[in-house]
Design a protein around this ligand. Structure first.
Ligand SMILES: CC(C)(COP(=O)(O)OP(=O)(O)OC[C@H]1O[C@@H](n2cnc3c(N)ncnc32)[C@H](O)[C@@H]1OP(=O)(O)O)[C@@H](O)C(=O)NCCC(=O)NCCS
Length: 257
């Protein structure tokens, strides 16, 4: 089995692999990840095909792991373990390496030294709550606010997410929300704000813009107008991730943290 870096020629096969798991990434999604300038995807290749993948995101002091996937027929043969170790090695010295794990996959990561931080729900908007926001603002303000709230810089990622969607600002005070009207997975996030009222206003303004069925990974699922879809666990290697939960109202999504 060979593990190597993926290139754009692989994106079709990677999208097909994710489709089998119901993740349904498109070739464009992989191009977008590439365009952030901070992601690397590794693939495990055997018998002339791609059998597994992992994506690592280099956010400076912090590394993020995503897209950990092995085709069903090849599971349980340490392929996932080898990909994970390769990804961790590629990230190099980091203060923290973090990921969102499905509950079924938690044990796999714990065996590779990860520890549990806390759980977060992916929620679906069902309606019934309005929000308020305006559009505009400077990209530099978004970068600064994001770094303040999540504790690391991820400019390349934010630039791509903002380019794909719309950026909302609170009616007063600092903050922002990115709203992505993807037909396969309409998502609100990140959402950050200086105070809770405007943070929730931004979140609901985003949900209403995308409509019922849109999704967000939120710190607290006990909020109006949503139902929980799944729960994920934030795991980490190294130092516990620092997130300012007084100011964070949604994450960038399951794959970006
Ligand atoms: C998680 C996953 C990548 C592990 O790959 P793998 O090649 O089977 O990994 P390894 O052979 O190194 O380790 C296998 C271990 O993972 C466990 N595992 C974790 N999640 C699993 C899953 N969804 N399906 C099957 N096994 C899983 C197995 O039980 C096994 O543990 P055991 O040896 O104690 O029985 C693979 O199971 C997978 O692609 N799962 C579906 C996608 C997924 O959930 N990805 C994680 C996203 S957070």
């Amino acid at each position: 089995m060979e593990i190597r870096r993926a290139d754009s020629q692989d994106y079709g096969a990677l999208a097909a692999l994710t489709e089998l798991e119901g993740w349904n990434y498109s070739v464009q999604d992989f191009s977008d990840m590439q365009a952030t300038g901070c992601t690397t995807t590794f693939v495990a290749v055997g018998e002339g095909r791609i059998k597994g993948m992992i994506t690592v995101m280099d956010y400076g002091r912090v590394g993020w792991i995503s897209n950990m996937l092995v085709e069903k027929a090849s599971r349980g043969k340490k392929l996932g373990g080898d990909l994970l170790e390769e990804g961790i090695k590629a990230l190099g010295e980091k203060q923290t390496i973090t990921l969102f794990a499905y509950m079924d996959a938690k044990r796999f990561y714990l065996r590779h030294g990860f520890r549990c931080d806390r759980d977060f729900p992916l929620v679906r908007f069902i309606g019934g709550r309005k929000g308020s926001a305006r559009e505009g603002g400077s990209i530099e303000e978004v970068f600064a606010m994001d770094e303040k709230c999540f504790g690391f810089s991820r400019r390349g990622l934010l630039r791509v997410l903002m380019g794909k969607g719309r950026t909302l600002l609170p009616l007063s005070g600092a903050g922002y929300a990115i709203v992505r009207p993807d037909p396969r997975e309409a998502l609100v996030g990140p959402v950050v704000a200086e105070e809770k009222g405007s943070g929730m206003d931004l979140l609901y303004a985003g949900f209403n813009m995308l409509g019922a069925g849109s999704l967000a990974v939120v710190p607290d699922g006990k909020i109006d107008g949503v139902e929980e879809v799944i729960r994920v666990s934030r795991l980490f290697l190294g130092e516990r991730p620092s997130t300012d939960f007084a100011r964070v109202f949604a994450f960038a999504g399951l794959e970006f943290g």
